[in-house]
Write a protein that binds this ligand. Structure first.
Ligand code: PGA
Length: 232
């Protein structure tokens, strides 16, 4: 695994966006695996800026999001579908039919296969080590499925949901699905992630730290800001 340490969140976001744009330029019809959450917001802002200021073209990419809350319809303000429109899809020239969000388990893996597999997947890390919604204990061979969210994950989402209840289940790509991607970018920012980043990158490879599975993948770049790197 290559580790890039950036001075701050802004540089982390720019570095991730530059690597994505380079990959998009390098292959017509690039297939991306895309994350949601707080961490990638700056990366999407930068991709939108590159589209606006430098006419960067996203018309041929295909995208598969990593996960979605179970039971939230696409237009729900808290759905990841809404997040993707707000932060990325509505501001660039990606055809809607090229985007995929796992509202249902059925056919998601087949759709990824039909697209030729994921070329570049971007993923964050939860404070409990989850990647996408693969919570601790998830099998490294797991595929797209419905999962129960860990109490810590539900607690972390409560602020965003305001008065609405946080769903207790989600649909997520599996760790096996993620590991089949040709290239992976892992993003982590802030001191709250420092301890789990150290365990994921340098600790034992174990299903109790789902992100440690990435140590087994040949093409991972971890982009960390100084704070996320601060514990080693
Ligand atoms: P965050 O979430 O980017 O909001 O910290 C990361 C994750 O839980 O995967």
């Amino acid at each position: 695994m290559r580790v890039l340490v950036t001075a701050d969140y802004r540089t982390l976001s720019q570095t991730a966006a530059e690597l994505i744009v380079k990959a998009v330029r390098g292959k017509a019809g690039l297939v991306l695996g895309l994350p949601t959450g707080r961490t990638p917001v700056g990366m999407y802002d930068e991709l939108v800026r590159l589209h606006r200021n430098q006419s960067h073209d996203f018309s041929r990419i295909r995208t598969f999001n990593l996960d979605e809350y179970a039971g939230l319809h696409a237009g729900d303000p808290n759905s990841f579908d809404t997040y993707m429109h707000r932060h990325f899809f509505d501001h660039v020239n990606i055809p809607p039919e090229n985007t995929h969000i796992p509202h249902e388990v059925a056919n998601y893996e087949a759709a990824i296969r039909d697209a030729g597999g994921i070329d570049l997947l971007i993923v964050g890390i939860g404070t409990n080590g989850h990647i996408a919604f693969n919570e601790p204990g998830s099998s490294f061979t797991s595929r797209t499925r419905t999962v129960n969210l860990a109490p810590e994950t539900v607690a972390n989402a409560t602020k965003q949901f305001g008065n609405n209840a946080v769903p207790k289940q989600a649909i997520t790509m599996g760790i096996g699905t993620i590991l089949e991607s040709r290239h992976i970018l892992l993003l982590a920012s802030g001191t709250a992630k420092a301890d789990i980043v150290r365990r994921a990158l340098h600790g034992p490879i174990t299903e109790s730290v789902p992100a440690s599975a990435l140590q087994q993948h040949p093409n991972v770049i971890a982009i960390l800001d100084e704070e996320a790197k601060s514990r080693g």
